[in-house]
Ligand binder design. Structure first.
Ligand SMILES: [Zn+2]
Length: 376
């Protein structure tokens, strides 16, 4: 088997287009936020909203919903191209337009619901504790993300995917034994129907605490051998054993705290400059978005670097527990071919954008392990 050279050409092309789309997205977003603030459009919308309702919760909600709706409309062509046209052109999407729109609507409604909770908490804090809102917001988001991680497999993923217990007793036993040997409690092995959306393969541990489970995409189950599936799940188990979920939440919390702290400074400076009436002024909401967005962009390479470090540790765990580097290498080669993943992205692309090491590096790690295990 090995790496499919023709697929790699396509993978490179696909990645290049995606990077251009990301750049366009960032430039347009930044411009839109700056223009809305600088032209007084945001202040005008705030006045219009307040003439409808002076109730602070309702006014916040109306401003937020209108803002998100305008943003979604502005980005509709880009969303359609990058979410539907492009994955179809490269044979990655299996969704009909109707099904794609339905997923988009469901995802939008969910984002609006969760976003509304967060924005209401932020503005309540901005009104009531303007000196410490950033600190309490970060604490709230920590709690919120833990609760969501726990509820995701039972409440959120089923909105988009069909799950059923995997009816392959041999494989289930094998994966449960793998988890038991690592003293990781798992609430069953499930398959998730991905094939009606994508050709790409995937597997994961989902949930937190009592909802933790092993999930195999049907696109993985159908195309990978039990040895290859075991190696991938051993990698996922590595994350569990290394407490990477807790580490990830901790790193995210530090970044969130810093982000909101800086947003507080930016907003205080911007309010005087842009003539808003205080930090809780709804008209300053795009400034909050801009500050958080810029901070997120600047710290993205840092977060990605940390993630890649954890991924390497999980790969090592997979090799050491399964002791089957051949299956490890084959699994990654299959993933590269099937998911149209670039095996050797340019160094700056990997450094800036990738939260996983390149497949080229992961295969090389498998080969290095093979040498240490069986010296010729
Ligand atoms: Zn991983």
């Amino acid at each position: 088997m090995g790496i499919d050279i023709e697929r790699q050409e396509k993978a490179k092309e696909y990645a290049r287009i995606r990077h251009r789309l990301l750049a366009a997205d960032l430039v347009i977003s930044a411009l839109a936020f700056v223009l809305v603030l600088a032209t007084g459009l945001s202040a005008w919308l705030r006045d219009a909203v307040l003439s409808l309702s002076t109730n602070p919760f309702l006014a916040t909600e109306i401003y937020f919903v209108i803002g998100i709706a305008v943003y979604a409309l502005l980005f509709a062509p880009l969303t359609y191209y990058s979410g539907f046209v492009l994955p179809h052109r490269y044979g990655l999407s299996t969704q009909s337009f109707r099904a794609w729109v339905l997923d988009l609507v469901k995802g939008g409604a969910l984002s609006l619901l969760l976003g509304s909770v967060v924005i209401q908490v932020i503005y309540l804090l901005l009104r009531q504790v303007p000196d410490w809102w950033w600190l309490i917001t970060a604490a709230f988001l920590l709690l919120f993300s833990v609760v969501l991680a726990n509820l995701a497999p039972v409440l959120i993923f089923p909105i988009f995917f069909k799950f059923k217990p995997l009816d392959d007793a041999d494989l289930v036993n094998r994966l449960m034994r793998l988890a038991a040997n690592a003293k990781t409690r798992v609430n069953g092995v499930y398959t998730m129907v991905l094939s009606d959306k994508t050709t790409a393969a995937n597997a994961a541990f989902m949930g937190l605490g009592n909802t933790k489970r092993i999930v195999l995409g049907d696109t993985l189950y159908k195309n990978f051998t039990p040895d290859e599936i075991e190696t991938i799940l051993a990698h996922e188990l590595g994350h569990q054993v290394h407490n990477d979920i807790v580490r990830g939440i901790a790193v995210q919390t530090v970044l969130t705290l810093m982000g909101f702290f800086i947003a507080d400074i930016v907003m205080r400076a911007g309010i005087a400059w842009l003539g808003f009436n205080g930090i809780a002024d709804l008209a300053a909401m795009p400034l909050l978005g801009l500050a958080l967005g810029a901070f997120g962009l600047i710290t993205m390479p840092l977060g990605n670097w940390y993630s890649r470090v954890r991924e390497v540790a999980a790969d090592r765990y997979a090799l050491e527990t399964t002791r089957n580097p051949q299956a490890f290498i084959r699994a990654f080669e299959k993933l590269a071919n099937q998911n149209l993943a670039e095996i050797e992205p340019e160094a700056w692309v990997e450094w800036l954008l990738h939260d996983h090491p390149s497949i080229g590096k992961r295969v090389a790690m498998g080969k290095a392990y093979m040498k240490t295990e069986s010296p010729a």
